[in-house]
Design a protein. Structure first.
Length: 221
């Protein structure tokens, strides 16, 4: 399963659909979802800048690395707004500290921003986001009837799908399966498809976002 540069670019730019919908509907979206909308816009800008760097400098690793750090922090902000860290703010600050420390270690101690993908950071923050998203989904199962129209459910589902596969992909690279060029390209190709799928899920979620939340989270168990 191989994709040429044009196909990969088109799949990556699917984030623009969610970004445009976010601009059109921003005045109708509640504060709880604004961190996610900001992240989508950052993602749109990142795709444009990343494409430029890939075309001009043939290296966009630094752009991707910086974006992933921003993504991890904005998603923590988003989950905090949902109430996932209610009465457990220490966990939020611990995760922020862990993300920042591992990101700097991955980029400036064991490698360099333009030289290598940040495997350890990507795995740690992806696993954290998956667990937080599952926790949010779990609570929704008992409080929400129309899940497919619930933006939180759609966002968290997209996060679980994308980051679970990212963990698998990064683990393959860490444990030697990167030696096979064809296998690596196939794994990367699947990631591009999943990225496009989740971007469309996010776009649908933004369509269903409202000013007021129809339910209240209860993460105070």
């Amino acid at each position: 399963m191989f994709f040429n540069y044009t196909v990969v670019t088109i799949l990556s730019f699917s984030i623009l659909i969610a970004g445009i919908i976010g601009i059109v509907r921003f005045s109708q979206i509640g504060d709880i979802y604004q961190p996610f909308i900001y992240l989508i816009w950052i993602g749109c800008i990142t795709e444009i800048v990343s494409t430029y760097f890939a075309y001009v400098y043939h290296n966009n690793l630094a752009v991707g690395a910086i974006y992933r750090l921003c993504e991890s922090l904005f998603l923590l902000w988003f989950f905090s707004g949902l109430g996932v860290f209610k009465k457990q703010n220490k966990i939020l600050y611990i995760l922020i500290g862990i993300f920042v420390v591992i990101w700097f270690a991955d980029n400036f101690l064991s490698s360099h921003l333009t030289k290598k993908v940040t495997f350890y950071f990507d795995i740690v923050y992806a696993l954290s986001i998956v667990l937080l998203a599952i926790r949010a989904i779990n609570d929704l199962l008992f409080t929400e009837k129309e899940l497919l129209k619930n933006p939180t459910f759609l966002i968290c589902t997209g996060l679980v799908i994308f980051f679970t596969y990212q963990i698998i992909q990064r683990m393959f690279w860490l444990y030697g399966l990167r030696e096979s060029v064809d296998f690596r390209r196939s794994i990367q190709g699947i990631l591009h498809i999943i990225n496009c799928l989740t971007n469309l899920i996010y776009a649908l979620a933004i369509v269903w976002m409202k000013k007021r939340q129809p339910f209240t989270f209860s993460f105070n168990r």
